[in-house]
Design a protein around this ligand. Sequence first.
Ligand SMILES: [Zn+2]
Length: 672
Amino acid sequence: MLKIFLALTASCIIAAQSQAAAQTQSPWLNTNVIGAMKAAKYSPALKDDFYANVNAEWLTAATLKPGYPRTGAFMELQDEIDARLKGLMTDTGIPGHDAELVRRLYSMWLDWDSRNAEGLADLDKQASRITGIKTLAELSAYFMEEETLYSGEMLADFGIGRDNKDSESYNLELSATGLSLGDSAEYTRRTANGGRVKKMHDGIVRYMLRRLGYDETFAGEMLERSYRFEEKIAASEMTLAELYDPSAVDKMYNPLTMDELREKSPAFPFADILVAHNAVSDLINLQEPGWLKALNGLYTESNLEDMKAYLLCNLVKGYITLTDEAAYREYQRLSRERLGITASKPDDELAVDFVHDRLPVCVSRIYVGRYVPEEAKNEVSDIIRRTVKYYRSMLEAEDWLSEPTRRKAVEKLDAMRLNSAYPEKWVDYSEYEIADGMSLFDAVKALRKYNVQKYFYDRLNQKVDHDLWIQDVIVVNAYYQPSENSINIIAGIMGGDFYSPEMSYEEKLGGIGMVIGHEVSHAFDTSGAQFGKTGNVESWWTDEDKASFKARADRLIKYLDTFRVDDSGEHYSGSLVQTETIADMAGVKAMLGIAEGRKDFDYDKFFRSYAKIWKVVQTRELNDARIRTDVHALPYIRVNAIVQQYADFYRTYGISDGDGMYLAPENRVAVW
Ligand SMILES: [Zn+2]
């Protein structure tokens, strides 16, 4: 649930150049905007800007590959993995059903001739199902058809989840469907990023409707109607900031029975839709009661055309990447514009992404069989165990924690599931087939159906199988999963600047060690503190400890608020990035704790290794988007504001008052 960085699927080149020099108040330049360092002729001493100094050469020389708005340690490693994947997807010598499916889907994606021959026929059929609806009753009937589940559009979503009070059971989660602008806050206060998202959305809808034979006037009317519906429903939905707030865990837990659902949803036939799809459970959770109430108010004959327009716009948008080449190229053009890049990824790389995205289990299984040796898995497991051991002593030494909370924290630590590299058990794809003569769309639809069976129906009302942990293990990321109380350090992050068997121990701690330390801390932060040792939501912090944690976090927020990271003059949102920053700090502290017990530990190597994993440059557009939406601080802050909290850093480099990296001891804000 809590990722250490936001997965980026889209692609990239230069935009931003000289603007970053305009900042005046921050101690450090935002060197993550591509070109900023060069434009400002910025070459700080290590004692003034540790991040920029360590990564100077890389930050100045980095260029963006065609199709990518960002590059850095994570992306370089993902590139390495993707290059290997391409080899695996085209190697006819690999035996087995997984490899066969992967090769098949890969070549189908690249087969523009067949895709062009299919054209938009299927979309046309799906669109007619929506445009043909005449009454509210017909709309309700549409939601109940099986076809809608696999290739249609809904006004309300349902899926599998974990019950907050019974983490051993899967429940039925009821939630809102997506908004075109992503964040409901965008409907009352439009940001520059929201404007770019809207432009792309509108461009897609207009283009696809034109391709279906409709004129500009019709497309304009559809968008207008769709937004009219969205504005009304968005007003009842939580904003992104509210969803990220730790209080969301409680707010979004609203268990109810089928009978209660019927009562709460008198106009929109949610209960009947669930029954029609055989999605019935004794454990149902409604994520946003306010949204369902609003939906019921809007579900009237007079709003029928607006709701149909919303469904139609979403439908055509979802198809733009799955139909013919002309549509795909238009999609690429619009996304380049949105991301501030001038070229797109080559098709063979896009095909790799597509297959990875659709068949993550098959691809992961082949990859780890070839590229992840047992010894690497064992060594990473060993660093995980050492980290957990250090955390125990750390928790025992925190004098602001009361005894009962400390005891519970240690119990939680002892019960934590420590997952590394890849699971021993995988979801079974042996019965998924791509039959001869299937179009790409048919294959995707059949896969959706197969996945709904495996991930939804096979799990609904069943007990959780803990051996089936994360199945896509070849993305460069790591997770703490509160409902499992597990940390998951997956195979994808075991490479590049993070880990290799040849690295020194200091470099390993600065790389993958930091990632591990970061993830473990999520068990004890404001969000993790709401989940007990089995993953159930329970309050195990005393009120006094909660208040102490908050007071410490508030000091940190105040400090982060002082940074200026763009040209708007607005300050950074410390509260948005507080949790992840606390985790970064705890990660460094844990590694320094492990270092303490070792003779001749090379601190310089350790700190440099840490600075390297956060080397990043990105377009101005992406920079702006992330400032508003990413719960992780910008990478230069993730390094500088973190290391300056610890005495070992000052000692290693002889930093003192007057240096840009200096923070007086009384102003240091580490929570742990
Ligand atoms: Zn995190």
